[in-house]
Design a protein around this ligand. Sequence first.
Ligand code: SAM
Length: 312
Amino acid sequence: MKRDKGRLIDAYGREIRSLRFSLTSRCTLNCIYCHHEGEGREKKDKKEISAELVIAIARVASAHFGIRKIKITGGEPLMRTDLAEIVRGMRAFEDDISVTTNGVFLSKYAADLADAGLDRANVSLDSLKEERYDSITRAKNNLPRVIEGIYSAIDAGLTPIKLNMVLLKGINDDEIGDMMRFVRECNKRGDGGAVILQPIELIPTFNPPMAQYKADFGKIEDELKSKASKIKTRRLQRRKKYFVDGVEVEVVHPIDNTEFCANCSRLRITSDGQLKACLLRDDNLVPVESADEEHIINQLKLAMKYREPFFR
Ligand code: SAM
């Protein structure tokens, strides 16, 4: 493959630094707030992007545009039986490969995925209370498996593991303390700092009635601030990290939507193989129809023309 030192930068000066692949729209759970990565609900007849195409897009983005950071998501990405093959196929030209999973199948696959070259796992965990967990995920009896999955991921070295907790007012926003205790316990198992708690602000765009459950992040951050021994701000997304009694809490809460968009440095690829310039729009998708290098380069450049901040 020929290489050049191009970069993918849109008309607003935003450079693409990571690819976020959705590998399937299928999921084992059915979370009440899910944005489905902006793809809509599972469509049974939808053809899923092939492993070959995923690897080809990643390879071209790395070789031609210096993008060496990959996030794999879904649907539930661990439902793809070729996930380890995909990770293995892109390992040689990536710096950082992580997966976002609901954790239900993680205990089964963590060691294989680590062996294939996966660096890290983010695990969604909105509650440690079984009844609550079941009603948020609209499924039954999965919480013990998810917790086992987190332990397996620690043991396999898929660290740091971020626990994604979408905070929902009146539903789980009283559980941050319990989650921090759980993280502390997990870290005794791993080499300290193996697990990070990541409270996430709800994006209600795809399900407007959920807006009433948006938690009060101002209050939550004030509390973390008062307890933290150290506070850091991540440069790129300006996310705050609080260190409280040995537990790292990274808050995913854009100060406002404009800032959320201004800092966007990711390009999405849908589960049926289309480049998606924005989580919140699907009227400007760019299909990738073959693994041909020139075709992928052209489609990546075309997707850049469609990129504009949703909020500005
Ligand atoms: N099934 C996997 C999982 O549960 O992590 C991957 C797909 S899920 C769509 C990816 C992430 O998006 C999860 O961490 C989830 O919590 C987050 N998410 C989904 N809907 C959201 C929403 N409306 N607002 C904020 N985050 C959301």
